[in-house]
Write a protein that binds this ligand. Structure first.
Ligand code: ZN
Length: 485
């Protein structure tokens, strides 16, 4: 009988916080567009005699994340020196938090959709984190024409490190965790969460065991993966490799593996026999970090309703389907836009959801802007859909109006008047056109009268063409049926 295996996966994530300045000095933190070594000073390059000063914004953003992860925020935490030598670390140590970190325990919830649930019901699964701490980033080295260069711009950029418990079981779940984490970071406005730009980084620990067993076997560590798809790909390949090794009777060795994105393969970086000794000790140049109850309460006033809570509320209170709720809560701006629109609209909220998901989002992506930058405001969208509901314009006209509203910034009612787009619902005007169409098409009239009643659609089409699509379709059909009797 063949053995069934399951994977045991833990993720270590580093999140670059989007503060204006670095964690211990006033250098600019975001150097993405800047020349190497242009945002550095004696503090972040570790010159003798300098003193670090903690950036309050770093603590505030980290506390928001800890609260959103349902973690226990510590009143007192300490900074420690993690000592090691590397060319991108000019101080010779990294200021981090070791055994007294900012927050402990906590979890991130992953909604498992009904389609991915073997029982077809869908559920929420919690992925636990062990701890959450703040630290400074190191610099970068870069190889060019056989020389290795060093760039200290990234030294001292604030990071939050979070390590999950080995709670994940599949590559797909690991991907889900990162998608939800990225959503949360952007929702809270504390990080861009972009793996390609390195402001969200992820290492994965992977081991396998017989399904149902509770042992933790030797794990390998996957490093240098820079997209969510690559994380999934790398984990899946590593699970398959470990199963092949075990089935051949080989033991899994505690390797560190490097993901080669171009080739889509894992390469062994080094075998990891012992943990490095970083000789941690409390940072003597910084006071313990004390987060008083008042300060914490102040920070948490800025904690918004979280994406999953909002998603659940949309489904429960507004009777919005799971699929819609997922899309509408993908980002904070969009969820706000939706709620503002339905607040102004008198009708079925699902209609607004459809307009947003189909037409407005497509337009937003084409124009490459955020919801809050759109000239098509919630008030205008509500008005536009209302005009359709009132029969003032038809749906095609409404869809064509969207880009016109966006270009002109004018409200839909004004545009309908200016452009003469209102539906013709004047009985006499439509009747005259219908009579003309009937008179001009004797062959079709004969077929219709002999029983080919499906031709009614064709007649409506002719009238519509005459009136450039603005005839009230119900009224047109009614008049045509009378005339064709
Ligand atoms: Zn600096």
């Amino acid at each position: 009988m063949s053995v069934e295996y399951e994977a045991v996966i833990g993720l270590e994530t580093h999140i670059q916080l989007n503060t204006t300045t670095k964690i211990f000095c006033s250098c600019k933190a975001d150097s993405w567009d800047d020349a190497p070594n242009s945002n550095i000073c004696p503090v972040c390059t570790g010159l003798p005699g300098v003193l670090p000063v903690l950036n309050r914004k770093v603590v505030e953003k980290a506390v928001l994340l800890a609260a959103a992860m349902h973690a226990e925020i510590q009143v007192l935490s300490f900074f420690d020196r993690k000592n090691y030598f590397y060319p991108d670390l000019p101080k010779g140590y990294q200021i981090s938090q070791y055994d007294h970190s900012l927050a402990r325990r906590g979890y991130l919830e992953l909604p498992i959709p009904a389609s991915a649930d073997p029982n077809g019901k869908g559920y929420v699964r919690a992925v636990h984190i062990h701890k959450l701490h703040i630290e400074e980033d190191a610099g970068k080295t870069k190889k060019e024409r056989n020389r290795r260069y060093v760039d200290f711009n990234r030294c001292g950029v604030p990071l939050v490190e979070m390590v999950t418990e080995p709670d994940l079981r599949t590559a797909e779940e690991a991907g889900q965790y990162l998608i939800r984490l990225r959503q949360l970071l952007r929702w809270l406005g504390i990080s861009e969460g972009d793996m390609e730009k390195g402001n969200l980084r992820c290492d994965a620990n992977v081991s396998i065991r017989e399904k149902g067993s509770s042992v933790l076997n030797t794990k390998t560590e996957i490093k240098n993966v820079n997209s969510i798809d690559a994380v999934k790909d790398a984990i899946q390949k590593e699970i398959e490799r470990q199963i092949r090794e075990v089935e051949k009777g080989h033991a899994i060795k505690p390797w560190t593996l490097d993901w080669d994105d171009n080739a889509g393969v894992l390469r062994m970086m080094r075998s990891k026999e012992t943990e490095a000794d970083y000789r941690y000790f409390h940072e003597p140049d910084l006071l313990p970090l004390e987060i008083s109850a008042e300060w914490q309460a102040d920070i948490l006033e800025g904690l918004p309703e979280l994406p999953l809570e909002r998603r659940a509320r949309f489904m429960r209170d507004l009777q919005i389907p799971e699929y819609d709720a997922d899309i509408l809560t993908a980002d904070h701006d969009l969820a706000d836009y939706f709620e503002r629109t339905i607040g102004l609209y008198k009708g079925d909220v699902k209609k607004i959801s459809n307009w947003l998901m189909n037409d407005v989002l497509r337009m937003r992506n084409e124009w490459g802007m955020s919801m809050s930058e759109m000239k098509l405001t919630p008030a205008y969208l509500a008005e536009l859909v209302q005009l359709v509901d009132e029969g003032k314009i038809n749906i095609t006209t409404a869809k064509n109006l969207l880009p016109k509203i966006q270009e002109s910034g004018k409200n839909p009612r004004t545009l309908v008047e200016e452009l003469g787009l209102a539906v013709v619902s004047d009985d006499a005007a439509i009747r005259a056109i219908c009579a003309k169409v009937v008179a001009q098409n004797p062959v079709e009239v004969k077929s219709y009268r002999e029983g080919k009643e499906t031709l009614i659609g064709w007649f409506v089409g002719q009238v519509m063409r005459e009136l450039r699509g603005k005839a009230d379709p119900k009224l047109t059909q009614q008049i045509l049926k009378e005339l064709l009797k």
